[in-house]
Write a protein that binds this ligand. Structure first.
Ligand SMILES: Cc1cc2nc3c(=O)[nH]c(=O)nc-3n(C[C@H](O)[C@H](O)[C@H](O)COP(=O)(O)OP(=O)(O)OC[C@H]3O[C@@H](n4cnc5c(N)ncnc54)[C@H](O)[C@@H]3O)c2cc1C
Length: 391
């Protein structure tokens, strides 16, 4: 049985169990990738789908620790918020990734050498013991420790010399927390595309130390020259939320981007749940990811006390909204990524049918995302305000 039970209760109990460790212990031990991963929270599959929100986690942490004691853990949670903001402000990084992935996938199909190397990496058959171990761990559990993700991505790019987008795709298809922002931008960061001139090099002694001596690879690349890529695109407008109309009939649309505790917005008469996608690129997503997302949506449905309809796409949403006689569909924002892509026409299609769409953005996101214009160092200035908002 997976250690990640797809329920809000399981996420909350994991949070409670981890809280005592979120202070000094996390600061000291968070970089160790040891069997069981007890040094880190393993909350990411819950946070990624907002089964529990960053705000809930930060609030709970501040009840047991001062902001100073839990500084490292708080900063890590804020990295998730930061990457989401970066991708909201620069959505073309997602479209560039998709285009580059399609191009790399075409190459895999036409270049036998690349195909063999890519397959060996995905199957964990490269002969680099640590890398092969992480490839198996990811495929079997849907989770990797942050340090393992960094080493894996670095070896993929600089030692195996495989296209980074294929590695990012391998992660996105297998991680239970697979996230367009954290994943795409972290891979870009390792390869030197996100922070100009800065790359991440996996070093044997670092791997040996932080895996408790389990691995000491030989033959890794000893330099990491930044990958070539275009300059970062300029930041676009900050997304703004809509008001919820006070008159008329309202229904809630729920996606696996936000399964937080408040299932229906006030006044909503009914709820539609968008079935999770099974594909984020040319290849099918791993079955454990599809099953996890589906079960998280079922858990959400169990918590919801208005009538539920399951829908597959924009056409399904329109039929549900028309049948229910809705005037307005309300939803939490689907941040840049596959769900937002799928719902791109929703507003105009609803309008054509005399209905409106009201997209809601949490005050937390509203405060944080516009500040993700530069590096994380500058973004850190907003953390005290985020903490003040949750406590
Ligand atoms: C190449 C690469 C790919 C990644 N892909 C993803 C991804 O698809 N989805 C994803 O959620 N995270 C991704 N991360 C970030 C990070 O590795 C995971 O969030 C973290 O390992 C989750 O484990 P945890 O919950 O035990 O983390 P903890 O160490 O307990 O941290 C607590 C929380 O802080 C956040 N967090 C921690 N580290 C980071 C980080 N570096 N960046 C962003 N948020 C962070 C997560 O929400 C995490 O649950 C990636 C990192 C790298 C280097």
């Amino acid at each position: 049985m997976s250690e990640f039970q797809p329920t809000r209760d399981a996420g909350l109990s994991r949070l409670q169990d981890f809280l005592p460790q979120a202070g000094f212990n996390y600061t000291k031990k968070r970089n160790f990738d040891l069997p069981g991963h007890a040094e880190v929270s393993r909350l990411s599959p819950y946070l990624r789908h907002r089964i529990i929100t960053e705000e809930e986690v930060l609030k709970a942490v501040l009840k047991q620790h001062s902001a100073n004691q839990a500084e490292k853990f708080i900063a890590e949670v804020c990295w998730r918020t930061y990457w989401k903001g970066v991708l909201q402000l620069r959505p073309s990084l997602w479209t560039m990734y998709q285009a580059d992935l399609n191009a790399a996938w075409n190459l895999v199909q036409t270049n036998g050498g690349l195909r063999a190397d890519w397959e060996a990496a995905c199957k964990g058959e490269t002969g680099i013991a640590c890398f092969d171990h992480w490839a198996h761990e990811l495929a079997e559990t849907g989770y990797l420790h942050n340090h393992a993700r960094m080493w894996f991505a670095s070896i993929w790019i600089f030692t195996l010399r495989l296209p980074w987008v294929l590695g990012a795709d391998f992660f996105l298809r297998h991680l239970l927390d697979g996230d367009p922002a954290s994943n795409t931008l972290s891979w870009r960061w390792v390869g030197g595309l996100q922070t100009k001139g800065k790359t991440y090099l996996a070093r044997p002694d670092n791997i040996e130390k932080y895996t408790g001596g389990r691995f000491k690879p030989e033959g890794l690349a000893d330099v990491a020259v930044p990958l070539d890529g275009p300059e970062l695109p300029p930041t676009g407008p900050v997304p703004t939320g809509d008001v919820i109309p006070t008159n008329g009939k309202i229904g809630t649309l729920v996606t696996d981007e936000d399964l937080s505790a408040d299932p229906a917005f006030a006044n909503a008469d009914c709820c539609a749940i968008l079935r999770p996608q099974t594909r984020f690129g040319p290849l099918q997503t791993a079955s454990h990811v599809v099953t996890f997302k589906g079960a998280c949506l079922d858990d959400f449905a169990d918590r919801c006390d208005v009538p539920i309809t399951h829908v597959n796409d924009v056409d399904g949403i329109l039929s549900w909204a028309a049948d229910a006689g809705l005037d307005c569909v309300v939803m939490w924002i689907a941040p840049t990524g596959p769900t937002a892509d799928k719902l791109r026409d929703l507003r105009s299609r609803l309008a054509e049918n005399g209905m409106s769409l009201s997209v809601q953005i949490r005050p937390y996101d509203n405060l944080a995302w516009p500040r993700a214009t530069h590096g994380f160092f500058r973004f850190k200035d907003v953390i005290p305000k985020l903490l003040a908002g949750v406590s």
